[in-house]
Write a protein that binds this ligand. Structure first.
Ligand code: ZN
Length: 340
């Protein structure tokens, strides 16, 4: 089963910059490492996806990475420099891709041949409170922004990873966070609620007119990670016409939260079924977290996307629902957000 897929989250840009060699060539020719490159994206039927600029975890990859105190904010100057490097990389890939990949700046860019790459900022650390960086990044193609990664910053507080746990940890948006949400609304930039804590989620829900979107979060009722969404949050997302992108990260899928690649793809379908039951099948989407997390063994990289579709079909979703989950629901939400 090979459906055109829009995948709500990958971390290929930070992966490419974190290892040696020309990152543009490695992406376009395929380097066979990690989860995403151009040949494997084409093999898997990837029609589009959110390409994350992730610049608020300066300790990632360090031997003591897991000992970092994520209760402390990241350094904004370092985050801005790292973000600039990742945005520049996607621009260079687009220039060298000869039409195989384009940065999607409007809804029409989501259609047609090649991969439509949505430039997404995962964690607003690179944004200054005067919003100069937001203006520049928007001009460069930024169309999606997550207020916080899993730590606090000047705008909001992200949920930590401790399992099991509630997403209701920490305070809501700061005044700067509210101003940033308003600025995103004015520019048609999608506000991504994944990683945000529950008070921040409800703050955005109360002030933001666009559909509510969590790009890579599952159902808390199935896997009680603080990174997943409660039924109340899912209902609010559904009522707004938004989506939850089911992640493929095993730690957010498994009821026991273990980081175990021997996780059946039925776990993805179980989250999709729960979201559909609570909020409707039009609320279900995909948000793999390729190149940023541990994948199930049967979904080793983006070329294996058809295996995810097969698992959803086995769950009983109709072909129309499957097309929505694979692509149409993301397409609908991006168009509504960008043209509002
Ligand atoms: Zn993430």
């Amino acid at each position: 089963m090979r459906l055109a897929t829009f995948d709500g989250h990958n971390d290929v840009l930070s992966r490419l910059l974190g290892s040696p060699g020309d990152p543009v060539r490695r992406f376009l020719q395929g380097d066979g490492t990690g989860h995403v490159d151009m040949p494997r994206a084409e093999a898997g039927g990837l029609a589009g996806g959110c390409f994350a600029v992730f610049a608020c975890d300066p300790f990632r990859g360090a031997p003591d990475g897991f000992a970092v105190d994520y209760g402390e904010p990241a350094d904004a100057v370092q985050a801005r420099a790292e973000a600039l490097a990742q945005v520049a990389l996607l621009l260079r890939i687009e220039r060298a891709a000869a039409g195989r990949l384009r940065i999607a700046r409007c809804a029409a860019d989501l259609d047609g041949p090649g991969v439509a790459a949505v430039l997404h900022l995962e964690g607003a650390e690179p944004i200054d409170e005067g919003l100069d960086a937001l203006e520049v990044l928007h001009a460069a193609g930024l169309r999606s922004l997550g207020l916080a990664w899993s730590r606090p910053n000047a705008f909001a507080t992200g949920v930590p990873f401790g399992f099991p746990g509630s997403p209701d940890q920490g305070d809501g948006l700061t005044a700067a966070g509210r101003a940033l949400v308003r600025a995103c609304g004015e520019r048609g930039i999608l506000v991504d609620l994944s990683h945000l804590n529950e008070r921040g989620f409800w703050d955005v829900a109360g002030m933001h007119a666009a559909p509510l979107v969590a790009s890579h979060s599952g159902a808390h009722a199935v896997c009680p990670s603080p990174r997943n969404l409660t039924d109340a949050q899912l209902r609010a997302i559904g009522a707004s016409g938004g989506i939850a992108g089911i992640p493929f990260h095993v730690g957010f899928l498994r009821p026991d939260g273990r980081d175990d690649p021997d996780t059946p793809l039925a776990a993805i379908a179980a989250h999709a079924a729960h979201v559909a039951e609570v909020a409707g099948a039009e609320t279900v989407a995909l948000g793999s977290d390729f190149d940023g997390a541990t994948m199930p063994r049967e979904l080793a990289d983006v070329a294996a996307l058809p295996a995810a579709h097969a698992a959803l079909a086995a769950q009983g979703f109709s072909s129309a629902e499957l097309e929505g989950i694979a692509h149409g629901n993301w397409r609908r939400v991006l168009e509504a957000t960008w043209t509002a």
